[in-house]
Design a protein around this ligand. Structure first.
Ligand code: ZN
Length: 410
């Protein structure tokens, strides 16, 4: 019987559109920045839907919400899905929201069919995933997973000096449950891909096996300010020329590991930034990502070589600081297999892939067996009001999620 079980595509779509009305933007997106009045309304609506479906609601100290559908065996840990309801200021209708509302649709489908599961099922809503109001992003799944401690999480401040803890109290979502005490038997996060791979390959489901690691650096070149007219070309110590060589080298470092590595110089601070002065000091950021620590180490060594060569050529002095390192995440083999099997049995085209972006699942993976399901989004675009996905693809992802959860909850 479960072989024919499918979620209701229209009902999932209607809920997505209803949630998108909260904080709707003129260009067709949503603005529900973490712990604002719009975020509160979104949470309230989610809880109202879950209560109607018979769920028990728990809220932890970081404001994470857990909506549980009881199982037959109360000893079993819940098999969970979910994601986040907060958005970027110019966010879309699907990033995060999809993973949460797919869970609501799954619960309603199971209720309609009168299907009980051995383990309880659960939907998680993680607070402040986007990080646009409180840095860092994914802070509350991070506290849940033990990456950060609770005091650190609650003391994060927004631009107005309001702490995350105060903002939680302000919208009535400072729960009593100690963050991290609530244990999960598994966690599956369904999400739009936020990249172009599935769309380009005309595939429906991404079976996400892990998330690439990232390293951020700040590179500074010290040269010498001098007059652009009266200083001969020979003997100049132009920090921006050293930076330019580095930018070219960073691109090559990623290309040598193609197609699995990415590397970007995203920002340059040039001093004195004047039309007729040779730049004496330039700092640039380097962001390098790959799925393995070994390759990240190789890329880091190559970055040092490239920076030193760029400094040497131009007679500048170089400094390299590593300002952040996030290790690669490898998801749980059983959870990956449950998703792959579900996609196969449902007849959806699928591929195993890595996530380029960070997700709540990265932190949850530290304390519970975890994997993710990706569905295509138009042009790979996200963090954009024009973010778009088709009702059919969203339904396919939810069907895979349903089937994978049933396998794990047996
Ligand atoms: Zn997201």
């Amino acid at each position: 019987m479960t072989e024919e079980l499918r979620i209701n595509q229209d009902r999932l779509w209607r809920r997505l559109m209803r949630m998108a009305e909260i904080g709707a933007t003129p260009a067709g997106g949503s603005c529900r920045v973490a712990l604002t009045e719009e975020d509160r309304q979104g949470r309230d609506l989610f809880i109202e839907w879950c209560r109607t479906l018979g769920c028990e609601i728990r809220i932890d100290r970081m404001g994470n919400i857990f909506a549980q559908r009881p199982g037959i065996d109360p000893e079993r840990l819940p098999i969970a899905c979910g994601s986040h309801l907060d958005t970027q200021p110019h966010g879309g209708k699907f990033d995060g929201v999809y993973g949460v509302l797919a869970g609501v649709e799954i619960f309603e489908t199971l209720n309609d069919q009168g299907i009980e599961t051995a383990a309880p099922l659960e939907i998680c809503v993680w607070t402040n995933e986007e990080g646009s109001r409180f840095a860092p992003p994914m802070i509350s799944s991070g506290v849940f997973g033990g990456t950060y401690d609770l005091d650190y999480g609650l003391s994060r401040e927004d631009a107005d000096g309001i702490t995350l803890g105060e903002a939680l109290e302000g919208i009535g979502y400072a729960g009593a449950l100690p963050c991290g005490d609530h244990r999960l038997g598994a966690f599956l996060e369904a999400h739009i891909e936020q990249g172009p791979i599935l769309e380009r390959q005309a595939e429906t489901i991404g079976v996400v096996i892990g998330v690439q690691g990232s390293r951020w650096y700040r590179v500074t070149f010290h040269g010498q300010d001098a007059h652009t007219g009266s200083t001969p070309m020979a003997g100049r110590r132009d920090a921006l020329v050293s930076a330019a060589h580095t930018i070219g080298a960073v691109r090559k470092i990623a290309e040598q590991q193609a197609p699995s590595a990415v590397a970007t110089v995203g920002r340059i601070d040039c001093l004195p930034n004047s039309h007729n002065t040779i730049p004496g000091e330039v700092a640039l950021t380097v962001d390098m990502r790959h799925a393995t620590v070994d390759t990240l180490d190789i890329m880091e060594t190559q970055l040092h070589e490239a920076v030193n060569a760029a400094a040497h050529r131009e007679g500048t002095e170089a400094e390299i600081q590593r300002i952040m390192a996030t290790p690669p995440v490898h998801f749980d083999a059983r959870c990956i297999e449950a998703v792959a099997e579900a996609a196969r049995e449902l007849g959806y085209s699928h591929r195993h892939m890595l996530s380029g972006a960070g997700h709540d699942a990265c932190h949850v993976a530290r304390v519970a067996p975890t994997s993710m399901i990706f569905v295509p989004c138009a042009g790979g675009l996200s963090h954009n009001e024009a973010e778009s996905a088709t009702p059919e693809d969203l339904a396919a992802g939810a069907n895979v999620l349903l089937k994978a959860m049933l396998k794990l909850a047996r």
